[in-house]
Write a protein that binds this ligand. Structure first.
Ligand code: SAM
Length: 256
């Protein structure tokens, strides 16, 4: 699948209040940790990336995490059906993604992750969980979610957005790198279906407070639950937080 390099007239990126016709810069929520993949993850990448990791146009070149703002992904074309769509932002090594796709075959799962070794690990988990097959309802985009989600999906089409254990950037001078910003909250509000939910989790109290402030200030969203997200498995980030004596906070928001 490729997108046209020139946005068609009237494409919403051109009319977007934040983006306008300018090229997009990536967000600062991540540093690109390269690193080699363990051999088993690389082997899983080699076997499955063609089928599971979507090819998207990148005006700044192959290694860029910024997707062409003119490109629109059609989930029906990608998954071959129309089903409730779950978008995971920062899927890491894929625990929630693979568990979710396995447990909910009636939903489609689209993950955004910028850390290729994490995607390789997710593919290895998928392969182990299925006994050597791809999950038909799981796809990954290797791209900056905060930027790509402003343009890549049709507004009002995502049933759930998951942002589990986003990088906490604990030092005060790094807080501006946190992915949960007013702009990102507006992006998620744009994407949710009327019955949609944005689920977040963190083990950092001050990030939980900041999430409640930032997302609470988005006039289209309201807090509907602080219960543990139903499909969220325990990942090493939760374990690490709990072992360090931190409290896990879950937040779920819906449209007003
Ligand atoms: C702390 S990890 C948590 C991973 C996973 N959600 C979990 O709970 O195990 C955060 C992940 O978000 C990814 N990430 C950070 N900023 C991102 C962005 N703008 N777009 C996509 N992924 C991002 C990082 O590469 C990292 O893998």
């Amino acid at each position: 699948m490729t997108g046209s390099p020139t946005p068609p007239p009237g494409h919403f990126a051109l009319r977007h209040p934040v983006i306008g016709p300018r090229p997009l810069a990536r967000t600062r929520s991540f540093t690109r940790r390269g690193g080699r993949m363990p051999r088993t993850h690389q082997a899983a990448w080699d076997r499955w990336a063609d089928r599971v990791v979507l090819e998207v146009p990148r005006p700044a070149g192959e290694g860029s995490t910024v997707v062409d703002p003119a490109y629109r992904l059609d989930p029906e074309e990608v998954f071959g059906r129309r089903a409730p769509l779950v978008v995971e932002v920062g899927s890491g090594s894929g625990d929630a993604l693979v568990a979710g796709a396995l447990q909910e075959p009636g939903r489609d799962f689209l993950a955004f992750e910028v850390w290729r070794p994490g995607i390789g690990h997710a593919l290895a988990k998928m392969e182990t969980a299925t006994g050597g097959a791809a999950l038909p309802n799981l796809r990954v985009v290797e791209a900056d979610a905060a930027v790509s989600l402003r343009t890549m999906l049709e507004p009002g089409t995502v049933r759930e957005v998951w942002t589990f254990f986003p990088d906490p950037w604990p030092k005060a001078r790094h807080h501006k790198r946190r992915i949960v910003t007013p702009e990102f909250a507006a992006t998620v509000a744009d994407l949710l279906t009327p019955d949609g939910t944005w689920r977040l989790a963190t083990d950092w109290d001050d990030y939980a407070v900041a999430m409640r402030e930032v997302v609470g200030a988005e006039p289209r969203l309201r807090l509907v639950s602080t219960d543990r997200a139903p499909l969220r498995p325990v990942t090493r980030f939760e374990r690490r937080g709990t072992e360090a004596g931190r409290t896990i906070t879950d937040l779920a928001y819906a449209l007003r």
